[in-house]
Design a protein around this ligand. Sequence first.
Ligand code: SF4
Ligand code: SF4
Length: 294
Amino acid sequence: MSNHTLVWTNDMLDGFVIAVASGKGGTGKTTIATNLAHYAAGLGKKVQYLDCDVEEPNGHIFLKPQIDHSQQVTVDIPQVDLEKCIGCGKCDEICQYSAIICIKENVLTFEQLCHSCGGCMRVCPADAIKQKPLNIGDIEFGKAGDIDFVHGKLRIGHVRTPSLIKKVKNHIKQNHLAIIDVPPGISCPVVEAVKGTDFVLLVTEPTPFGFNDLKLAVELLREMNLPFAVVINRYGIGNDEVEKYCKAENIDICLKLPDDRRIAEAYSSGRMIIDELPEYKKHFADLTKVIKVS
Ligand code: SF4
Ligand code: SF4
């Protein structure tokens, strides 16, 4: 079991990508991600914050960026020309997601199930299927002080979360320290958000639910062979199961943020901890020192 360690140096910051994830929602993941971005930018580093929690992005509440432009994100889905269709059923046969179904001479498409693989278009012998764009969300770009800000917003009713996350990550700047706010959980959107990152901070809280979801998240990251360390938020509540587990599994705990009512107050009013409670700057300074990879 390797102990992941990486020394935070100026060189490393250029093009280094840190994902801030959590096995469950409500652990303070965005608090850690935004304060880390704010702290690193305060050191004079080039920092980019990318909110990939596209179903419910809320980093903007804390960073309060000035949005200067946006772009729509589309994916290609099939559109069938029934005049040309000969009812062969090949599109239905190849689709792994039941997103296109041939019933007698009729072909039905289910755009929310489509994964845009293009298979149906390739196999259609009558050239009856064309691509049409489906708008799944938007990406907004701006500045939060010196921080480059990017966030994705999935359109209500759409389910192509990993596709939108991928598009948000396409905007990672190579010469910046990029901090990715990952969706909660351990499903496909999380896999897409952490894929290819250099380091993952796994935020948890010392409660039975936090502990349970942390273990699942650790399994996922080990499966993906990604270096990671744990942040314990609201340290002091609950029990010491998380600490014992991390010790037994040789996992670094790189920050313990105490259960402090003033942090909760700052959070609930959308303010940054390190601005409101300067004594906590040290915690983020320590965090930047102990993020390690080996
Ligand atoms: S593009 Fe792929 S996923 Fe979408 S309907 Fe065609 S075969 Fe199915
Ligand atoms: S593959 Fe083309 S021709 Fe065959 S059923 Fe599908 S749309 Fe019609």
